[in-house]
Structure formats: C-alpha cells, structure tokens
Ligand binder design. Structure first.
Ligand code: 5RP
Length: 245
C-alpha cells in the first residue's frame, strides 16, 4: 500500500501549440529543462532521445554551457555528446551530490514513480539519480500513466541468471524476454544483459522495486520508486506542464 500523496500540477508554460510530433514535444521539453540549470552547476544528465534534445539546447546556450563546472553522465552515449560540447564529464565517484539530475522516462505515474531503461542505461541512471537532490523528469505526455507496466519493464541482469530470472518473472505474471541487438543479447555499458518484462501491472512500485532488487542476478530493476522524480516537465500539445510530486 502506497503512502504517497498525488502530484500537483503547478503551471502551464509555452504557447498553445497543436499537432506537434512526439519528437517535437521532446524537443520542447528538452529546451524547457534548461531553466533549471544554473551557471557554475555540476549537473547529472540522463540518457535517451529527450535528453539528447536537452543537450542540444544546452549546446545552443554557449554562455551557460561554458559556465558549467561539469556533468555526471549516465551512459557512454551521453558522455560522447557532452564531450562534443566541451562540458567536462566528471567521474561519478568524485562527486558527493548534485543539485539536479535531468532524465527522461519510459513511463511516469501520478506520484513521480517511473519505468526507465528503454535505452539500456538504467543502472547508471539510478546511480546518478541517487546523488541528486532534485530529479527533473522530462517527458512527452504519452509517458504519463495511471499504473506502471504497460511499457515492458527493463531489468539489467547478470547473464548467467537469465533463465532463472525469466522463470521468476513468469511466476508473478510477467513474460520476460532477453533484449537483442543484431540477433545477439544486447550488452550494456556495464557488460551485462537486459530482460524486458511484458504483462506486469505495478500497483505498488516501492514494494515491487524492493522485491525484484533482491532476486539473485538482478543488477538493477527499471522501476524508479526510491529514486522517483521530484518534478516532471510534461510536454503536451497545450504546452509544457510542470508537475510537482
Ligand atoms: C534510458 C531511459 C530513457 O530515459 C527512456 O528510455 C526514455 O527515452 P526517450 O527520451 O528516448 O523516450 O531510461 O535508459
């Protein structure tokens, strides 16, 4: 049973716009996230197409970009983009805390709990998120759900545990499949595999995250309930809404 209280939608910014594509919505919200970046900050940066729009917007603001002390990155892909901008990418272990972490989500519920890992970066995302005081989720409106689980849940696993974990998910009603890349198991930045679990309805995200995190062979489960969003910038056809949790 969750003891969380539901969100409040604080404001709608940006002019009314209709018929934007999903990528245009991602670009809109990526640019909006810039206003949370302060000159001289060290920021945490997530992974994915929405974050790529944020990084692009950051690159367009050279003064802000150059002022940053650095960034902590959640993936090799994001590190490469930040390096291109000349933003110093710091070792995660050299940073005690971050004021903000900006990242996308595959699903976010009305309490700020998320499914993440569509881009296979969930482990580093959870590590960097856990350093941040404020997790700013940037997402288009298709990501907002009542109950997590429609999006297949990514779980990073130790390869030798794949078969037993597939059976464990089956026992709780999920159908887990090894994520492939060119017909071979996809290998994460951490050298591990990903299971995508279909058919779950995650009604109590904290309980679910706790349970699956304890299964032998699980590196990281893609439910972010303990590292949930502090706020969500949600791009809608009516502008960007700010939802606080
Ligand atoms: C990567 C993630 C991403 O945040 C998530 O997949 C959303 O991606 P996109 O912004 O491309 O829709 O968790 O591991």
């Amino acid at each position: 049973m969750s003891t969380q209280t539901p969100n409040s939608t604080k404001a709608t910014s940006s002019p009314k716009s209709t018929s934007l594509s999903q990528d245009e919505l991602k670009a809109l919200v990526g640019a909006q996230a810039l206003k949370y970046v302060k000159p001289g900050d060290i920021i945490g940066v997530g992974t994915g197409s929405t974050v790529n729009h944020f990084i692009k917007a950051l690159g367009a603001d050279q003064a802000l970009c150059k002022s940053l002390k650095g960034a902590v990155s959640s993936s090799q892909a994001t590190t490469a983009l930040l390096n291109n901008l000349g933003v110093p990418v710091l070792e995660t272990s050299s940073v005690d805390s971050l004021s903000i972490y900006i990242d996308g989500a595959d699903e976010i519920d009305h309490f700020g709990c998320m499914i993440k890992g569509g881009g296979a970066a969930l482990t580093r995302e959870k590590i960097v998120a856990s350093l941040a005081k404020t997790f700013i989720c940037i997402a288009d409106e298709s990501k907002l759900v009542q109950t997590l689980g429609q999006f297949p849940l990514p779980v990073e696993i130790i390869p030798m545990a794949a078969s037993q974990l597939i059976r464990s998910f089956s026992a709780i009603g999920g159908s887990a499949k090894l994520r492939l890349n060119n017909n071979q198991p996809l290998v994460t930045d951490n050298g591990q595999f990903i299971l995508d679990v279909h058919g779950l309805q995650i009604k109590d995200p904290k309980a679910f995250e706790s349970m699956v995190s304890q299964w032998a062979g699980v590196v990281t489960v893609g439910v972010f309930a303990f590292q949930k969003a502090s706020l969500c910038l949600l791009a809608t056809t009516e502008g960007v809404k700010t939802i606080e949790f």
